[in-house]
Every structure is written in structure tokens, then in C-alpha cells.
Design a protein around this ligand. Sequence first.
Ligand code: PEP
Length: 260
Amino acid sequence: MTNRVPFIAGNWKMNLDHLQAIALIQKLCWTLNDADHDWGKVEVAVFPPFTSLRSAQTLIEAERFEVRLGAQDISAHESGAFTGEVSGSMLAKLDAKYVLIGHSERRQYHSETDEIVNAKVAAAFKHGITPVICVGETLEELETQGQSAVPVAQTIAALSGHDKLSDFIIAYEPVWAIGTGKVATPKEAEDVAAAIRAALRENYGEEASNARILYGGSVKANNVAGFLQSPEVDGVLVGGASLDAEEFSGISRFQKHIVL
Ligand code: PEP
């Protein structure tokens, strides 16, 4: 075990309106509170669509829930004529502590390049929001370049050139494992996380190498423990299974499956 606090993140993608979002957050927090979840020992965050952030913020504050709030994207720009975009200052006002950047669906469907990801990371740093930088190889890249090359290169590209690295999280998500039911093995996740950590250490020193590194891709309550048994893997980024309060609370309580 390391002293990095495990991070369990739920990416809701484009699902649930703001009323459904409130219901899901309530059920998740009640379920975890009933189970005496120690929120300081295992951090849990949800990433609803933009339209639900204000309602989620109000609920979390009113109920004093300890779940963290994150956004699914951030504009690289400060303000102005960027129709449809949402800025870092707007997200910070909504108490979004985290933001997903460079999710494979944004890289694939919105042509997000490493340069755009890098600029979005700068915007998050500027507004004190912790970027959860998503990296991972496609099936073709896996076959031609092996498992670590692309995620390591994407990590370095996302972080390069920033004056000072603030807190950040890397989510290793093999593209072939997202929403497919195909899961990387715990050993594969561990090896890639170790390669990313080694590259962070080499490029940015010991402090950067203490960043949390997550695994994502078809994580469920019944397979999460395998990933978190590795000292290299500090949490999980969960898509589909985060839309079910029982399942996501089961994932957040992964420690009950681990014999320490
Ligand atoms: C994701 O969207 O980041 C993800 C990992 O999805 P899923 O858990 O559904 O594979």
C-alpha cells in the first residue's frame, strides 16, 4: 500500500438529466454513509454532464455530502466567442474539484489532439481544478506499439511545457476496454501504471511521480479489487457501472474484497 488516497471516479458521460442526477447522488451517498464509508480513506467523485453540475453542487452543499464533484470537459479558453464551451472559472464556481481531460471519446469524436489536451490541462491548473488526464491505446496501437508506448507518450504530451505542475491524476484507459466488457488484466494495468510513473519520475522528478494513477475500462464491483491490489494503481475511472448507485458504491467499497 502507498499513502496515496485511492480515488474512485464515476464518469456519467451523456446520461441523466439534473433531477435524475440528484436522485443518483443521494442514493450513492446514503448507501455509502449507511455502510460507514470512510470518505477520507477512499475518495469518491462523480462527473455528471454540465447541465447537472449546479444541482449537484447545491445538493452536496445542503446535505453536507462528502462525494466530490467533477466535470467531463473544460475549455482551453478563458472566455469569449467559443459557442458551447464551458470555462475553468465557470467550473471552479460550481465547486468542480476535478475535470476529465482527453477522454478517448473526446479524442475520437471531437478530434482532441495532444496539443488541445495540453492546453486544457493548463486551463485546469490555472483555476485550481485537478485534471484527470485520460490516456490509452487503441487495439491497433496495442498490436503495433505494445501497451505502454501510447499512454506514456500521451501523459508526457499533456504535461509538457507547464511552468509548474499542480496536482494531477492520470487515468490509464485502454480504448479497447472502454464500454466493451473487455477488461485489461490487473497485471497489464499495473505494468502500464508503472511505466507511466517511471516516465513521470524521469521527466518531472519524484514529486510528479506521486500523482495518482487510475485504471479505467469495464470496471465493475466484481473485478475492481484485482486492480487496486497493485501498489501502482491508485483508483479506477468507471463509466457504465457508475450509473447504478449500488454497483458504484460496491466499487467504492473495494477494500472489503482485499485481504490486507
Ligand atoms: C469510461 O468512460 O471512462 C469508462 C471506463 O467506461 P466503462 O467503465 O463503461 O468501460
